[in-house]
Design a protein around this ligand. Structure first.
Ligand SMILES: C[S@@+](CC[C@H](N)C(=O)[O-])C[C@H]1O[C@@H](n2cnc3c(N)ncnc32)[C@H](O)[C@@H]1O
Length: 325
């Protein structure tokens, strides 16, 4: 008989439709129009992001996976046995598999993600492959999380936060510091935090990574407008906006925008928004940090950097940080 393994019960703190509406209405009313990037990830956005990870232009995923495979044993030495993993923005829970295979008898895993349906699919697949692991999925905006579910952390080992994918770059440097402070409170003293951080590099590599030839990143960005149409009674014409990715060297960030192709009026949740030709909606920033700059940011947030690993070309870095006891 086949054994069916399932993850534990979902803790569902998904942001409400009203929160999405208020964020969109407020962002479209501001001088420079913007929509918070966390809303790029509904089930369609999450699937498109998975396709981005496989694109030849998108070097971060394969580089980070290479580093995790190479240095998993080193991470395992720091982690010890029976560790509890907490992943922030777990997506398809692909990279954590490399850690789970390297660690000595990991006890539990708490994947936290804002994209509920995708989170459940990912954790169901993981439970099949790791039947002895206790998995407690949490659907939430991780920056608004007040505590981890107390029953979710099992085992006597260390707590390990895992924040791969350079997702920390989606915060401004100040907000990244505040998030690290929050994680310190959530995980507690003596815990470890593993963060994947993208580095600054030449413009062509960076802009191609966020504007691929196949147009998958463009579809990912435009899905935000489709989501507004689906969920907030919007009437965005998706053919009247185009995707743009630009490397803002002064701010050390790649910016994603949706550019209005013409002067137009759009309605969302009963409100009217005018666009001039060329006006943009800023949908995502992805800050890039040299390893020493990120270590400074982590130190300022109360962490002790213990190790940093980069690939030969210095394209990507993985930071191992310790929360002081
Ligand atoms: C750049 S993707 C990285 C996915 C995966 N960790 C990886 O490394 O491939 C960011 C992930 O974080 C999730 N996410 C983004 N903002 C979030 C937020 N504020 N709270 C919780 N999850 C968030 C998205 O749904 C997505 O799965």
């Amino acid at each position: 008989m086949m054994n069916i393994h399932a993850p534990g019960t979902l803790l569902d703190l998904e942001p409400s439709r009203a929160e999405f509406r208020d964020a969109v209405l407020s962002g479209l009313s501001s001088g420079t129009k913007t929509i918070p990037c966390k809303f790029l990830y509904d089930v369609v956005g999450s699937r498109l992001f998975d396709r981005i990870c496989d694109l030849p232009e998108y070097y971060p995923t394969r580089t980070e996976c290479g580093l995790l495979s190479l240095y998993g044993d080193r991470i395992a030495e720091f982690a010890g046995s029976r560790a509890s993993l907490v992943e922030f923005g777990s997506g398809s829970s692909v990279k954590v598999r490399l850690l789970l295979l390297a660690l000595n008898q990991p006890a539990s895993y708490v994947p936290i993600d804002i994209s509920r349906e995708h989170l459940m699919q990912a954790t169901t697949a993981l439970a099949q492959d790791f039947p002895n692991l206790s998995i407690s999925p949490v659907c939430a905006d991780y920056s608004a999380l007040e505590a981890l579910p107390s029953s979710s952390i099992r085992g006597s080992g260390r707590r390990i936060g895992f924040f791969p994918g350079s997702t920390i770059g989606n915060f401004s440097p100040q907000d990244a510091g505040e998030f690290l402070h929050l994680v310190k409170r959530l995980l507690g003293p003596n815990s470890l935090m593993i963060v994947g951080v993208d580095t600054p590099k030449n413009r062509s590599t960076l802009e191609a990574a966020y504007d691929d030839a196949e147009g998958v990143t463009a579809a990912f960005n435009l899905n935000l407008l489709a989501r507004v149409n689906r969920e907030l009674d919007g009437d965005f014409d998706l053919t009247a906006f185009r995707h743009q990715a630009i490397w803002n060297e002064r701010e050390s960030r790649v910016e994603m925008h949706l550019i209005s192709a013409s002067k137009q009026v759009v309605h969302v949740a009963g409100r009217r928004f005018g666009f001039t030709e060329g006006e943009t909606i800023h949908t995502e920033s992805s800050y890039k940090y040299a390893p020493d700059c990120f270590q400074t940011l982590a130190r300022n947030a109360g962490y002790c950097p213990r190790a940093v690993w980069t690939d030969e070309e210095g394209q990507f870095s993985i930071h191992l940080l310790e929360i002081a006891s």
